[in-house]
Every structure is written in C-alpha cells, then in structure tokens.
Design a binder for this molecule. Structure first.
Ligand SMILES: Cc1cc2nc3c(=O)[nH]c(=O)nc-3n(C[C@H](O)[C@H](O)[C@H](O)COP(=O)(O)OP(=O)(O)OC[C@H]3O[C@@H](n4cnc5c(N)ncnc54)[C@H](O)[C@@H]3O)c2cc1C
Length: 496
C-alpha cells in the first residue's frame, strides 16, 4: 500500500509479538493516537496495562492524517449546534483546546521531536452558497470568546469568498509524535506493548473479559477499544452509529513553507498544510473526500489529487496516499463506556477527521472513567447517548444509504470498466470470488465477501488491494487482511 510522508520516519523499531497468555487490569486494543494516549496516562500507575497492536506500529489512521492540531475544524461548531445546543458546542470547543494543551505538554515533558510548529488555521470557501454559514459560525465563535480574523495574507486566491482564520494552532509529524509516546510508554514497568497481535474476539466471563490474539488469551478487568473502527458489532452497535469517509492526499517538495493550514467548509473537502523537516519543505494537499461507498474508481481519485497538487505547486508530488476516518451522525465523537451492559468496555472513535485533539483528550477521559473518576466531557461524548430527529435523519442519509449504495453497486455492477483486464469478480463453484492477474500473468483468487459484515469488495488497482466500500476493511491480492475492522482474511480455502 502507498505510504504517507510521515511513515518514512518510522525507523527500524520492532516490538514483541504476543505469544503467551496473560492477565492484566487494563487491555488497550490499538496503538494509534487513542491507544497510546490512553496508555500514556497509565505510566507508572498502580494498574497493569497490556497494549495490543494488530499490525506493526505506525500503520493506522493517525499516521496517514494531515497532522493538524487545531480547534478550528471546518464549520464544526454550527454542525454540533444544529443537533444539540450551545452548552454542547462549548464543551466540544473546550475539549479541543484541552487536547492541544495536553499534546503540547506531553511533547514538552518528554522532549518529543515531532516537528511541532505553531501555525494559523483557516476555514475557507469559494462557494457563494456557503457565505451565510460563515456568518453563523462567526456568531458562535463570538459566543465562545474565540478571536478570529476574516482574511489571511497567506492565502491569496480571488475565488475565495469567505475566510475564518484563528491563531495559536499547530501542525506536527504524527508518526514522530507516536514514536515519542511509545518510547516513554515502553519504559514504564507496568505497561506491556505488543505488535502484530490482532485481537479477533472478546468474550465476557464472570469478572473478566477475555481477548484472543495470536491464539493467546488475555484476561482483563477493563478493555479499551482504541482500534478506530471496532471489529465487532455487539456490544455498542458502532456500525449503526457511524459511517466512513475517505480522502486522497499528496505531499510535494516545495521551496518555501508557510505557517498556515486550511480546510474548505464545503464538501468534497480540500485541505492543505505545509511541513518542514531538517532537509526539505513540503506542501501537503488533500482532496476527493467522499463516503467510502462513493467514488470507487480509486485510480481516477488518486490521479485527480496528484494533478491538482501539481497544478498548485508546479511539481510532481513525492508522496501520495489515502486515509479514512470514522464519522458520526451528530458530529460528536464516541468516547466512554461502550454500552449500559458492558460498563468495563470502553471505546473512543468517531472523531470526524479530527483525531489529533480528540484522540489525545480521549486518553485522559478513558483514564478517568477506568478509575471511576469524574470527567467533565463524560456526558457529551457518551457513546450510549440517545437519538434525536436530526441525528436520525443523518443516520438514514449517511449510514443506511451509504451501506445500501455500497451493497447494490457491487451487486449490479460487479466489474466496472476501470478494472480493465487486471481484476474481475465472478462466481466459482457458486461462490463469489475476486481474481487479480499480476504483471507476470499469475492469478490471485480470493473470496469477494468481507468477513466483517458480508459486504462485497471492490478492487483498488493503485494499492492492489480488495477494499470494503461499507466499513473500510482492506485485503491484499492474496487475501491477507491489511486493515480492519475485519480480523479475518479472505483466502479461498479458509472461507469454505
Ligand atoms: C485524510 C484524513 C486526514 C486527517 N487529518 C487530521 C488532522 O489533520 N488532524 C486531526 O486532528 N485529525 C485528522 N484526521 C483524523 C485522525 O487521523 C483520526 O481520527 C485518528 O488518527 C484516529 O486515531 P485512532 O487512534 O482512533 O485510530 P488509528 O490511528 O487507526 O489507530 C488504531 C490502531 O488500532 C489497530 N487495530 C485495528 N484493529 C485492531 C485489532 N483488532 N486488534 C489490535 N489492534 C487493532 C490499527 O492497526 C491501528 O494501528 C484525519 C483523517 C483522515 C481520514
């Protein structure tokens, strides 16, 4: 799969693979910003903690993000206001500010070299129809006491109709940040960390939960599900509360870096930032965002993103990659106890593409809840919060329609024209299979059905993967799972 600009900074660090059964107070599943931020809070505390990462570290959503640490998040405050009320907006805003403060403190306290740079953040639009929304967002920012500006000397484009600019926001290198976190976590005697250890099942026993990974059992009193999209449906019914959004990103070497990052208010999102490391400056550009059921011609999407980045910079991008995140129908993350019945299972997901702040603060919220301490954000982010009319409407248009679309597209149009002769979906012995022919003409045949919730898979000819257009699982052409939520592969002999 294509790697992000940050993943070049991974280095050669390896961790143990879980190979023995064990018992622990807290099991954290997933080693992205959520899992590592949660583990960070437990350093040198009286709890024993085990953290299991399915893959190698630094492969998840965090490491493919644009790495902005900002409280100006498109027009998020009015989105939340339209579903809830000003109190909820205020708490969300305070959580973002706390997330930034906390990340900065962690970086400072531990001397983490992650290219943290103070920058301005803008939300902008070129669409006249968006203007009223900007007025509304500014009203809310006024009520929140946020100082903002209506223009930026850093973005000069005649087509831009509206700008909101705030200062005191940051960008960083998310892989270097996670590497720094992991370094301090693994030095703590009470925390054990394993990679290549995918949890495939959780079972509730008397006073414990038992998680299974690499055919080993981990008995835990409390479980934190920090794997972005959970691999199970019950408890929590997360697939019914969320949908997935996907975007295409490029990084291009440029002569000059500017202290600004930005995002459009309207869909499909365009987002940008600059990044400077010791040797080079880069312009990072994101576009072609969509629900994952849409825009299934992956090569076309990549090509469009690359072309746009080239038009802006005059250069061919040095990196290109895709990323997807979990979206909620009420624009608020899901952080806390996963269900009324499972008070010792905790989840943090649904960051709506703003996980650097939300993932950081989630670590603190979950730490407090696990210790039965109060946290001021507990109620607003509660994953069991109830439905309301707007949320229900969004649930129908986002979650239900998305999945129906993904199912029917692949049912009706099994072999879209862009597969050409490289891949096809067909039936063999009555089973739906996907076949890919490599450059040497070798045939790679896999099941075409995702083991997670039985969606049909589409072929991604750029990454050479079979991708689930419903919930985002990905498999290589030989059927190995390369990204969850599925924890099972799609090799033919194993799906009989
Ligand atoms: C295109 C794009 C750009 C973004 N840019 C920004 C940005 O600039 N600023 C911002 O704030 N947010 C941004 N986000 C959002 C942010 O990246 C995510 O919300 C955040 O990284 C999610 O963190 P996480 O730790 O929950 O998930 P991840 O980083 O995905 O970590 C989850 C980990 O769990 C592991 N895992 C999965 N299943 C299992 C299992 N069964 N057993 C064990 N481990 C498992 C995975 O391998 C993974 O390493 C962006 C998102 C996208 C899609």
């Amino acid at each position: 799969m294509e790697k992000s600009i940050w993943q070049k900074d991974r280095g050669q660090i390896n961790f143990d693979i879980l190979s023995d059964k064990m018992s622990t107070d807290v099991l954290i599943i997933g080693g992205g910003i959520t899992g590592l931020s949660t583990a960070y809070n437990f350093i040198n505390k009286k709890y024993n903690v085990v953290l299991l990462e399915a893959d190698k570290f630094f492969t998840g959503t965090t490491c493919k993000s644009t790495g902005k640490l900002t409280y100006l998040q498109d027009l998020k405050y009015q989105d939340i206001y339209n579903v809830y009320d000003f109190e909820t907006v205020k708490l969300y805003y305070e959580a973002q500010k706390d997330g930034i403060r906390l990340a900065k403190k962690i970086i400072k306290d531990n001397n983490i070299d992650c290219d943290l740079t103070k920058t301005e953040s803008v939300t902008f639009t070129k669409d006249n129809k968006e203007i009223k929304k900007f007025d509304k967002e500014k009203e809310i920012l006024d009520l929140l006491g946020v100082k903002y500006y209506n223009s930026s000397s850093n973005i000069k484009d005649d087509g831009i109709k509206q700008v909101i600019l705030v200062k005191n926001t940051y960008v960083f290198n998310p892989v270097k940040y996670l590497k720094g976190l992991l370094k301090v976590i693994k030095n703590s005697d009470n925390i054990k960390v394993y990679e290549n250890s995918r949890v495939t099942k959780i079972k509730k026993e008397d006073k414990y939960y038992v998680a299974y990974a690499n055919q080993c059992e981990v008995k835990a009193k409390k479980i934190v599900v920090a794997c972005s999209y959970p691999f199970f449906t019950i408890p929590g019914f997360i697939p019914f509360k969320t949908y997935i959004e996907k975007s295409y990103i490029t990084a291009t070497k440029v002569d000059e870096s500017k202290d600004i990052c930005g995002i459009t208010s309207n869909y499909p999102t365009v987002s940008f930032r600059y990044h400077s490391d010791k040797n080079d400056n880069y312009f990072i550009y994101l576009n072609n965002s969509s629900k994952i059921c849409d825009k299934l011609n992956y090569k076309k999407n990549y090509d469009e993103c690359v072309k746009k980045a080239k038009d802006i910079t005059g250069k061919i991008p040095n990196y290109k990659w895709t990323n997807m995140d979990v979206m909620t129908n009420d624009f608020m993350p899901l952080i806390g106890r996963i269900s009324e019945d499972d008070k010792n299972v905790f989840i943090a997901t649904g960051y709506n593409t703003w996980g650097m702040t939300n993932g950081t603060i989630a670590g603190k919220i979950l730490y407090d809840l696990i210790r039965n301490s109060k946290n001021k954000y507990e109620k607003v982010f509660d994953p069991t919060r109830s439905m309301n009319i707007i949320k229900f409407k969004n649930f129908l248009t986002n979650t239900v329609l998305s999945n129906t679309k993904a199912y029917t597209f692949n049912l009706i149009k099994k072999n879209p024209s862009w597969y050409k002769n490289r891949a096809c979906v067909t039936k063999v012995d009555g089973k739906r299979v996907g076949i890919y022919f490599d450059k040497k003409g070798n045939k790679h045949m896999v099941s075409n059905i995702c083991p997670h919730l039985k969606c049909f898979l589409t072929f991604n000819e750029v990454d050479k993967t079979w991708d689930c257009p419903c919930h985002g699982s990905r498999f290589d052409v030989d059927g190995n799972v390369v990204k969850g939520p599925s924890c099972y592969n799609i090799k033919i002999d194993e799906t009989k």
